[in-house]
Design a protein around this ligand. Structure first.
Ligand SMILES: CC(C)(COP(=O)(O)OP(=O)(O)OC[C@H]1O[C@@H](n2cnc3c(N)ncnc32)[C@H](O)[C@@H]1OP(=O)(O)O)[C@@H](O)C(=O)NCCC(=O)NCCS
Length: 184
């Protein structure tokens, strides 16, 4: 099965059904932290929801339409990252991610994104990778900015978040830009 060692402490493992209880426990411990920006992490989110999500992500992999991996830090599940979908005719994908609160500040998402960018451009031969973040989600915005993504623009009131529409910033990295930027 898919397994990707990033460094001595960090590895990416394909999110599978056997991970459901661990993933649910992590989400459960981080409900408020996640719910702020990810409406699916709602108060009623259950183990069955988590199992259903994992099934769906494995179906995405079978359909060649993206996948999710769990990030493990020193043997503990720390969060998730993945390609939300792949637009093959246009060779575009979008990366989504989250971490448990105590795993923030270690660069885990930044290094995992770097690995997914390598995979997107060198293995999948995609041309464009997007990251979309709520304008006010400064921690999330810092990830593409740190990696050298370009800000394409702002989609106004494109997402319903709890009780209001929020604007999303769209960042992109192109295949032609990455070889230069990944060194820096
Ligand atoms: C968005 C989110 C994943 C960002 O987490 P994060 O820990 O800030 O991001 P990274 O894992 O890339 O870590 C970067 C931090 O680690 C530090 N760091 C340490 N070692 C590092 C390294 N080798 N490389 C890069 N950064 C490193 C950075 O300085 C930065 O810390 P700072 O914010 O204090 O400057 C997290 O806040 C989260 O899960 N939020 C809730 C869900 C969410 O918003 N998801 C995104 C929706 S669009």
């Amino acid at each position: 099965m898919f397994y990707w060692k990033i460094d001595d402490d960090t590895e990416l493992r394909l999110l599978e059904e056997r991970h459901a209880e661990t993933a649910f426990a992590l989400i459960d411990q981080n409900r408020e932290h996640l719910w702020t920006w990810l409406p699916w992490a709602r108060p009623g989110y259950s183990l069955e929801d988590c199992q259903g999500y994992i099934k769906q992500t494995l179906q995405r992999l079978a359909d060649n339409n993206g996948f999710d991996v769990a990030i493990f830090y020193r043997g503990q599940m720390a969060g998730q990252i993945g390609y939300n979908s792949i637009d093959w005719p246009n060779r575009v994908t979008e990366i989504g991610y989250w971490l448990g609160a105590t795993f923030q500040g270690k660069g885990l998402i930044t290094v995992a994104c770097r690995a997914l960018l390598d995979h997107a451009f060198y293995e999948l031969k995609l041309n464009r990778v997007e990251i979309r973040c709520a304008v006010e989600n400064s921690r999330s915005r810092a990830v593409p900015e740190r990696l050298g993504f370009r800000q394409d623009g702002i989609l106004r009131q494109v997402e319903w978040l709890h009780d209001r529409f929020v604007d999303l910033v769209v960042y992109s990295m192109l295949a032609g830009e990455w070889p230069h930027l990944r060194q820096s």
